[in-house]
Design a protein around this ligand. Sequence first.
Ligand SMILES: [Zn+2]
Length: 894
Amino acid sequence: MKIRIALLAAVALTGLLSACRSTTGEHAVESGTDTVDASLPTQLPRTAIPSHYAIEVTPHAQDLTFDGKAAIDLKVIKTTRDLVLNAADLAISQATLTPNGGQPVAAQVSLDADKQTATFAFPTDLKPGEYKLDIAYRGKINTQANGLFALDYTNVDGQPARSLFTQFEAADARRFVPSWDEPDYKATFDLTARVPAKDMAVGNMPSAASKDLGNGLKEVTFQQTPVMSSYLLFFATGDFERITKQAAGREVGIVMSRGNGDKARYALDAEAQILPYYNDYFGRPYPLPKLDNVAGPGGSQFFSAMENWGAIFTFENRLLLDPAISSEADKQAIFGVEAHEMAHMWFGDLVTMAWWDDLWLNEGFASWMANKTTQHFHPDWGGDIDQVGDREEAMALDAFATTHSVVQTIRTVEQANQAFDDITYEKGQSVISMLEGFAGADVWRQGIRAYMAKLAYKNSRTSDLWAAIEGAGAKGLIAVARDFTTQPGIPLVQLGSARCVNGRTVVPATVGQFSNDRRQQAAASPLTWHVPIRATAGAGSPSLQVTQGHSVTLNAPGCGVLLINPGQTGYFRVLYNAEQADALRRAFPKLRPVDQFGILSDAFALGNSGYQPLSRALDLLATIPADAHAKVAGTGSGDWLRLFRAMDGNAAAQAAIRNHAAAAYWPRLQRLGFAPRDADSPLDALLRAELIASLGEVGEPHVVAEGRRLLAALQHDPKAMPGSLKTAWLGVIAENADARTWEALHQMAASARGATERSTYYHLLGLAKDDALARRALDLSITKEPGATVSAGIIASAAENHPTMALDFVLSHLAQVTPFIDLASSSRFVGSLVEDSGDATVISKLQSYAAAHIKPEDRRPINHAAARIRWKADNQPRIQREIVAWLKAHPANG
Ligand SMILES: [Zn+2]
């Protein structure tokens, strides 16, 4: 998500542009925004509006600089002496303004690095009317994914190579071109690039012309884009290869570094499969002539893919399937990420949020659509359970006082970057899922189609979406939608005693608020939501009631086992009384997998925060049947691993947990076998890797022995370990590594060719539990060896087992570490290293770091990390006591 640009002889460009305009079909008639919404927050004065940018860029890849020219058609709407545009890290050498039909006037340019603006001042007033602003400038090519950036890699011939890409969201187009770099200033874009003649250049649109300049360079001109926001502009160049297919009348393609075409077939097929589905769902065809997905060899702590219109960018590990290292989980993630980015071609690119306050309209929707699409094309992947997993990620953040509402107030660029979080994505997605259930899938889709039709090429707000869906027939939706998007937090539905009345279960419930770190305040004065609650007690379809206040009497069909929130699409937690919880536990093996997953998640959250004994969750965990759905089994083994980690330092408790985990899941792994089989279902393949990782980490002896055997074999035979299980096996091996093993992994990392393989091995080095080896990994991270976009990942993996050590290391090497962190993650990276730590001594370190480096209004992520650490430090002793007591009462037969 991020950008930068420049300009030529204005006359030549103008000629070029009008030629392109006549060829762009549908959008040629679309004009840029010619009004502005005065109520939107902005960092720019509302005096002028751009309608078209003609940008020319000449990168100097080896020097990490570029020359740019921009010719911007604009309309002055209010008399002014100056024009203020966004610009960051640009040196402007020349700027002139030409009134329509008049003579050019030179501008006096001043830059404000803090505000990221360039002011172009003129000797006389600019009256309302049309103008062209011509700017010549020079910019920087970055080594992290901000603006125009470089990714270095080893090419297919074994030589060092460098490719260039852009990343502009949220606010880095201004690093590429002086621009009105806010989402509601939509305009059309022409891009011309001078690149090495042997390289490929990729833009949002197909190229319109390519001309050899005779000096080893060629000039590529792309067709004009439709009107769009500046953050969606894209450019890449390098020694690329492109594979394509026709789908629904469009050319879809994957672009990757030369020699990797075979690894892109899976992503290309998925792209071709998804496009017609979206054309139908959104009720209008994808509007551009082509859709590329461009793979970048590297990584970011901030993002994995970006929805540039017509030219999605994705880091290789989430786009290319590499048999040497990609797992079944990677394969499924590739499909999901592609479905997410492609949903943005409509939701985000065609219709764009007016301001970052409504970012969730982009991200919540695309996340939900990706899951829906996955369930449509791959019903055997357990997407309904993943949806609940995403809800749990949102709730993990939403349970703290430092959370925020889905629709929020964004005032700074840094806050816009911070908005890319689990609330915007996962809560947004969960709320949409709940609302789709409330509206009904057909009514919901009809509303989405109406929204697209009304707002295509324009900007929208959350209220526009609700109006469209309610207009399609979802009566009462707005009241529910508003409560869940404008208020933070999680409703808590607490059940009283149930009675059976005429074949139905009647149960009084209170609707309060669930909280980890402010339970008493939340209980005393909870927020109020209109909560749609489904309930069933074993007969007929579940009932649906929408709560009005803090108490409700639920009325569920049947008099059997009471289940609230069947299907788990409701965004709330359910607290059953002891009798109901017992009945549910007895019925647990027979429940649908999605309900097993949801009930278990609720039970752990309620137990960890002290709303009910943790033993209820542990009882359920022990009740998961031996043949459980793979996603439930994977969660169960993962829960044992979390308990194992929680008991760090208590060998007896850890041994007991190991025995429980082994008794429950070793037989399952034995049935699956250690090696992949042709007959594996996707879920079998996924579960095998999960069981290897979790049983390996708790020290299940068979798994540990097999890991050692494979590592030894790997020294003589590079193919000894199946590629699809390498991450799982090497993770276990890396965690338990001694110095010799660690060095063997280090050698594998240093000699790996593929970018994904290489970064995976380097990241593994950080996982070592051994203090000295973790320290070596940290020392290695700030050398040149791993590479600019690999280093931060080593530090992050070292933080998994050594959070305090990693934090201390970063704080004492800030100058060396900072260049490895992309700008968009800068205020979050440090806090993220320790947010799962229970070591309260790190809080003061975080606070002093924030005081020195982060503006007060941008400290929410640090405050959130501190809140989590404080909560864990306060609650961990009780949680450990409850675990020990349960283990004593439930001895496992190792
Ligand atoms: Zn997205």
